[in-house]
Design a protein around this ligand. Structure first.
Ligand code: AMP
Length: 210
């Protein structure tokens, strides 16, 4: 399975990508996580990306294409992959196509903007492994501690309400047109957000089977 997950920030792409990745035993690849790791490690890519990420803007396409090409060349991607948060613009999708990067489906998780804003205000992210939780709908077993690696949970700087609004505007302007891009290629599936993580996972499985 070579799957792209589309959807607004906070639509649940990361959460669903992690679940499906464990289920299908293929890697889930998040350019956001790769960029945040690069920032933490102070690499040249990280230095270049930081100001864009902190202000909710998109990192330039050429940086993203370089990252994704390198990551997909790793042996663990040979059987398939789940792309979480990439492509994010039509030029990224065109560049991936030109490089022969295959996808079976682009699946869009549809969530209303006001739900996103509420959701992002309660999001907590593991500073170590990037797993996300929500203080009400998906709380960790121990407050402030990651269930998966025991790392400390924190609030992502770009989850601040004003930055979330900017990221949503960027999503509608730059990323949403990808739905038409993949629909034209007969590769678009859409799933409405359901209350509960497992219900949304079930809807994704169902959409991909039909
Ligand atoms: P995410 O974790 O997917 O929400 O990404 C966090 C931030 O990383 C975004 O707001 C962008 O600044 C940057 N980013 C992640 N993926 C991409 C991408 N494919 N293209 C451009 N910027 C990206």
């Amino acid at each position: 399975m070579k799957l792209i997950l589309l959807g607004a920030p906070g639509a649940g792409k990361g959460t669903q990508a992690e679940i499906l990745s464990r289920e299908w035993n293929i890697p889930s690849i998040s350019t956001g996580n790769i960029l945040r790791a690069a920032i933490k490690n102070g690499t040249p890519v990280g230095l270049q990306a930081k100001a864009y990420i902190d202000s909710g803007k998109l990192v330039p396409d050429d940086v993203i294409i370089g990252i994704i090409e390198e990551r997909l060349a790793q042996p663990d991607c040979a059987k398939g992959y789940i792309l979480d948060g990439v492509p994010r613009t039509i030029p990224q999708a065109e560049a991936m196509e030109a490089k022969g990067i295959d996808v079976d489906w682009a699946l869009s998780i549809e969530v209303e903007d006001d739900v996103i804003i509420e959701r992002m205000s309660g999001r907590r992210t593991c500073k170590n492994c990037s797993q996300t939780f929500h203080i009400v709908s998906n709380p960790p077993k121990v407050e402030g501690v990651c269930d998966f690696c025991g790392g400390e949970l924190g609030i992502r700087k770009d989850d601040a309400p004003e930055t979330v609004r900017e990221r949503l505007a960027v999503y509608h302007r730059e990323t949403e047109p990808l739905k038409a891009f993949y629909a034209e290629r007969g590769k678009l599936k859409t799933v409405e957000n359901r209350p509960g993580i497992e219900a949304t996972t079930a809807a994704i499985r169902e959409a991909l089977e039909h």
